[in-house]
Write a protein that binds this ligand. Structure first.
Ligand code: NAD
Length: 523
């Protein structure tokens, strides 16, 4: 009881990272409140599921219409709380959510309906089977601050259309954006108990994890994700874990340096580098190394850093000072071990405490922390390689495996190389934009996570698969039931030969030996 009272009075502050202005103080949901919210979600789920997919699709269509109508307002709210330029809030958040809604409106009915499952085994031909997709019940979503709208919206829309009710625990740094999502869904016709937000910090997230949810979709750091996996294992709670990345970019010897350097600069600095799919390591063929670095430095120096609300801004602030300290420590470690700073490399105190200069580093090695740990800041670390084999070996020398990119004028060569890279997604001649492809599965391998979001496979995560089998001869006792007798084993050998022996003669002989099986007396 005492613990519960303590949790009840905890607060989180929503702060504008560009100015430090406190936008709002919000009370964290206590454990008791989380349990009550989940109980309400459970009670509401039966009716929501009974509504049927077509009606739920109509709700999504309405959500999409309303989101489109409020696109600029939502983008401004994202910028205010997460710092990114408004243009990025429109493209990487609002557009992504609109398109995910489009994908689900167009495809959810087809992807969720019962699917006939024909049988190949002769012994089971007299049966009909279907795959039936049933909602889990209550889906919990725990989300991060870096894409505070598009990540929870993507997951919630898929969960809802599949017939689940949803409880979202947003990041403590971006509660207000989550409340915007809630009010949009509410206005679209999603009732209060069907989609609920519980504001709070890690303890509120832990309360949701330990509540009676039926599945958890977690997006966040590897450390938190691993803790969640351990707790979930205790009660076999199914989880999707969308975790961190250290995405490599491989610039092959035939790449277009101008295009690839622009991609590297955007891919490393978009959202101030706080993107799970951002370019965290860049490997360039030795023959292009110096010209590529020169182009990156020139382009980086042209970037305007500032408040994301200023329409001229390219790179906004980082979310908080703690994140900035991690970035600085990675840069300092790299420099101490011999890396060259070609641009940036320090804070931007004249802009505020959360601004870091877009940084280009050269001559990186895998002994440096910046090539092994997630930096999550505006840093582009570049290293040279001698041949394609070495490039792949460097790309795969990581505990992470979220995404990667290969840059070449020869698409076939790029696609070949892409197959050897250990990652959930590999793009040839583009970066990051895979997140905006609503059809494409998003997720990682190795420490980058388990399961998928987006598209068909993201929708599959929101349903339990049931196999439904119906016998076509209900009045017939099955030939494999009791009453074996002396000849059954020989008949079965014949049946196996009829199906699997090599050569027509052997199969025919098997069929003759099996023939008696149908006349066999069964118990
Ligand atoms: P985080 O792990 O600190 O927090 C994520 C969420 O978990 C927050 O809502 C937080 O309150 C909650 N949480 C913290 N402790 C918890 C606990 N013990 N139990 C339950 N919930 C708890 O991550 P972050 O700093 O918010 O986000 C940045 C990280 O997210 C980066 O590592 C980034 O790569 C990753 N990320 C991954 C993807 C992806 O799709 N793979 C997308 C975006 C961000």
């Amino acid at each position: 009881m005492a613990t519960d009272l303590q949790i009840a009075v905890r607060r989180v502050s929503s702060v504008n990272p560009a100015t430090g202005e406190v936008l709002r103080e919000l009370e964290c949901a206590s454990e008791k409140e989380v349990l009550a919210v989940v109980a309400r979600a459970r009670a509401a789920q039966v009716e929501w599921a009974a509504l049927g997919v077509r009606k739920r699709i109509e709700v999504l269509r309405e959500f999409q219409r309303r989101l489109h109508g409020k696109k600029s307002e939502i983008a401004e709210a994202i910028t205010r709380e997460a710092g990114k330029p408004v243009a990025e809030a429109l493209t990487t958040e609002v557009l992504v959510a609109l398109d995910v809604a489009r994908f689900l409106v167009e495809n959810a009915y087809r992807l969720l309906r019962d699917e006939p499952l024909p049988h190949g085994n002769l012994a089971t031909k007299l049966k009909r089977g279907w795959l039936v997709r049933e909602p889990y019940g209550v889906v919990g979503i725990i989300s991060p601050w870096n894409y505070p709208f598009s990540i929870p919206a993507t997951e919630a829309l898929a969960a809802l259309v599949a017939g689940n009710t949803v409880v979202l625990k947003p990041s403590e740094f971006t509660s207000l954006v989550a409340l915007e999502l809630e009010s949009l869904l509410r206005a679209a016709g999603v009732s209060k108990a069907v989609f609920q937000v519980v504001v709070g910090d890690g303890a509120t997230g832990a309360a949701l994890l330990h509540s009676r949810i039926d599945k958890l979709i977690f997006t966040g750091s590897v450390a938190t994700g691993k803790g969640i996996a351990v707790a979930a294992a205790e009660r076999l709670l199914p989880v999707v874990l969308e975790l961190g990345g250290k995405d490599p970019m491989l610039v092959l010897d035939d790449a277009d340096v101008d295009v690839a350097s622009s991609a590297a600069v955007w891919g490393a600095f978009v959202n101030a580098g706080q993107t799970c799919l951002s370019v965290e390591r860049c490997y360039v063929h030795r023959s292009l190394y110096e010209s590529f670095l020169k182009a990156c430095v020139e382009k980086t120096k042209k970037l305007r850093v500032g408040n994301g609300r200023d329409r001229e801004t390219d790179v906004g602030p980082m979310i908080h000072e703690r994140q900035l300290r991690i970035v600085q420590s990675h840069v300092d470690d790299a420099v101490a071990r011999g890396a060259r700073v070609l641009a940036g490399g320090s804070r931007f105190p004249e802009l505020g405490q959360n601004f870091y200069k877009p940084t280009v580093l050269a001559d990186l090695t895998h002994e440096m922390r910046i090539m092994r740990e997630e930096t999550f800041g505006p840093v582009l670390p570049v290293a040279a390689f001698e041949n394609d084999e070495e490039a792949v070996q460097l790309a795969n020398d990581s505990e992470f495996g979220l995404a990667a990119s290969v840059w070449t004028r020869d698409a076939a060569r790029g696609e070949r190389l892409a197959r050897s890279i250990q990652a959930g997604t590999v793009m040839v001649n583009d970066v990051v934009s895979c997140f905006g492809i609503s059809e494409a599965p998003h997720g990682g391998v190795k420490s980058s996570g388990v399961g998928r979001a987006h598209g068909r496979f993201g929708l599959e995560e929101m349903v339990r698969l049931k196999y439904l089998d119906s016998d076509l001869m209900p009045g017939m006792k099955k030939v494999w039931w009791y009453g074996y007798g002396a000849s059954f084993a020989r008949q079965m050998e014949g049946f196996l030969d009829m199906q699997f022996a090599r050569g027509l003669g052997n199969r025919l002989s098997g069929a003759m030996r099996a023939a008696g099986v149908l006349r066999r007396k069964r118990l």
